[in-house]
Design a binder for this molecule. Sequence first.
Ligand code: COA
Ligand code: AMP
Length: 628
Amino acid sequence: MDYQSQYKRAISDPRGFWQEQARKLPWYTFPETILSDTAGRDEWFADGQMNTCYMALDHHVKHGRGDQLALIYDSPVTGTKQSFTYQDLLNEVSQFAGALKQKGVEKGDRVVIYMPMIPQAAIAMLACARLGAIHSVVFGGFAPRELAVRIDDAKPDVIVTASCGIEVDRVIAYKPLVDEAIRLASHSVNHCIVYQREQVSATLDATRDSDWCDVTQHAQPAACTSVNATDPLYILYTSGTTGKPKGVVRDNGGHAVALNFSLSAIYNIKPGDVFWAASDVGWVVGHSYIIYGPLIYGATTIMYEGKPVKTPDAGAFWRVIEEYKVNVIFAAPTAFRAIRKEDPDGKKINAQALSSLRAVYMAGERLDPATYDWTREHTGKPVIDHWWQTETGWPICANPVGIEAFNTKPGSSTLPVPGFNVQVLDESGNTLPAGEQGAIAIRLPLPPGCLPTIWQDDERFKASYLSRYDGYYCSGDGGYKDNDGYVFIMGRTDDVINVAGHRLSTGEMEEVLAAHPAVAECTVIGVADSMKGQVPLGMVLLKDGAAIDEATLEAELIAMVRDAIGPVASFKQAIVVPRLPKTRSGKILRKVLRQMVSNEPLNVPSTIDDPQAIDDVKQCMRKKGVIS
Ligand code: COA
Ligand code: AMP
């Protein structure tokens, strides 16, 4: 069936469309109810019984894939390479699930995972899925305070961690960070399982901590626990507009069905192919396309513990593609910008060595035409920009090459994927004609795989996503469709920024800056960066009489953000301004500031309190070199 027919069918008959997709998976009990409504929320496959780990591992082993490679670990930072067949991975996961069980973990319990990109992270996630427990992976670049916030929200029984992570050549001891987070959290954590890496040996507290190898050795392998399709598989915290991250919930059934569909429809992958998402398990890309998607689909996935550059050089990605005969790579545009910067002429690319590669997929931030062109030209492969979010868990817009390949247009993530009724709305919720820019919204119901709610906060879920436009999910992104229906995502309409493909909240950074004793008021906006896409810029107003020079203040603010949020925030610049442009009611005009730094025409509202503030801020920005 061609794209248009599939797209229309998924919109006009979502039950029929997704029932057919669901049939491709091995359920314990196939759902009779495909789409239903619980307390005003749509639910998929409510009476289906299944287990995600069973679908990802046991089923494949039972059906002849036991000897096929499931996961390849490649770590240039430690010089390690390791392969796991489906049978190997099943053994490891069953054993670790047994260890978790021994610690008392049961269906519905939460387990926080704070791990670097090592196979044990995948094993821990799948082991939770096996038990019906809910994992919450926290990215290693977040500081203890961020980890503590997530511990307090998810209330885990167990934390799984490793003794260290490695950032290029810098070893970062994780255990002291976890200890600090546990100390900061109000929720008390009873068990911490630590995978000891040879680079650092973590000190264990005998009353709470155990060594991964010890507990695994003495465990009985655990079988899969049957769960309802609507039971949560994981919680993944993502930045919202406030300081408190949102615990995006992912269910088991809809997630499996959606990912399985996407592997063929969007990535055009066949079981047995090699799929490489060069991301981190701490992000949604890692969940969907390093772990669950490729494994449920029966492909081979790659876990790469390294960077696109410096581990050891800009040829790293091409080496991995050649060595493992990767068929599809997926990474953030920032990774390719980093490679291009070090190897502008693509000298490290040997087109012949990339013969296995069919396409390069990019997402996580806007794909700028220069990066698109460079990658296409130097790899000779199609470059596919696709748009999605932590909330949706899989692509909303893409070139659905597995169904029908379309011509791409630079700057566009092509067409809505079947299941996503994407509309561009004006302020009042009217659909805008082609070419006009507005808020990108998705008509309900969302397809399977998208967030059913925010962890233990239905109200926030509805307020954040469903209340803005009646009958729609509001994406938080702005953009437009052209006459051919191609979707162009132009950027966030809220206070979320994208730094090196990492989603961050400026509101959260503002909370940190505001805590400095010399700061009276502040704001943080994203400014364009040629490598990271965006980086945060702090603007602060000093308290009357504050005696601190600007350089010292900037250094202190940088240290505070690094301490509170983590190095991943990449907060490296702050300027002192005499005042901030505000409305008469005192609201900071962030949109005007954003327009200022991107050299766009300023839409200054008539409600501005003091127009002179704009010139003052411009002057400070010029002095700092933020604008010319
Ligand atoms: N644990 C601890 N620290 C981490 C970390 C982790 N898992 N990940 C990043 N950090 C640190 C980095 O060491 C760096 O610290 P520094 O300020 O002391 O140098 C800081 O957080 C910022 O990291 P990053 O944004 O990754 O910048 P970088 O300069 O180290 O690398 C790129 C730049 C472009 C190479 C890198 O950002 C990259 O590969 N991006 C791809 C992003 C991606 O995969 N996104 C997922 C969505 S698809
Ligand atoms: P995350 O939840 O971390 O995946 O970030 C989601 C956000 O990243 C989206 O809301 C967009 O703002 C941005 N984003 C992701 N993919 C794209 C893309 N292909 N083009 C433009 N922006 C994107």
